[in-house]
Every structure is written in C-alpha cells, then in structure tokens.
Write a protein of this length. Sequence first.
Length: 156
Amino acid sequence: MEQESLMNFKMAHDFKRFPELTNSQMAFYYFDSPHQQIAEDFWAKVIKVTDGDTIRVTCDFRDFAFPIRFSNIMAAELNEKGGVESQSWLESQILGEEVEIIINPKNRVGKWGRLLGQVRHKGFDMGELSMQNQKSISLTEEQDPIPDLIIKEFII
C-alpha cells in the first residue's frame, strides 16, 4: 500500500525558478505548466545580453522574459579574460533586435534549466559569427589542456 501511494506522489515543479521543462519532465509536468513549453523555433526580442553565450528575450506567447543559452558556442564568463569583450560584442549586434531562436527538440534545456537554441539575426547564426570574431569557441571544439604544474627541486 505504501509503495502504491509513493507511485502516485508527484513533486511540485518550481516554474518561477525553472520555467522550462526538460524532455523527461514534459510527460510528468506538462499540464501543470502555467505557460507554453517551447519545443519549436520562434521569434523573440532581445532585452538583455547576460554574457557572450546567454541572452534574455521576450516573445508574444509568454508574459515574462526568459533566458536563452546558445546551443552551439561557449564564451568566457564575465569574470574571465575576454568575458566582458564577448558580452559587449554580442550586445552591439543584437540588443533590442528581433531574433529567430532555432530549437533542437531533442536537446531543448541545458543543465541550469535554460532553454537552448541557435540564435539567428538577419539570417546569420550569431554563434558562428561570435566564433569567427574570436568571441567564443564551439562547444564541440577541443579546449587546450591545463598545463601540468612543474615542481622545481631546490638544493640547499
């Protein structure tokens, strides 16, 4: 009897903090969602450039702004070398502009609960342009390994 009641138990999802449901959560929480879950491409207005690979947008089918994480690039964080430069470049390109968000239905939501997508502006993939301008790297690109520490021996 106890196992049966545990099987019917459903934890509440925090839609304020995590508005996007992962694909595995869709079957469980879809009808509880207070807003439309995004599973296909859409147009949005960029209202903030958080950093070189994350933006905040608004669109006509949601009454709140939400983050989009670029799915094809990785940029330095703001407190890392090149982070502010990457953010400033992206801001100069798309802040206040309408962009198309291309959603991969099989990989919609990242590990921090943000919607993932390719961002296109005037037909250009902004992730690709960011890489061409050396403001980010491809998520598939190998990073340089961290150099080994060299321990010097001292003779006393």
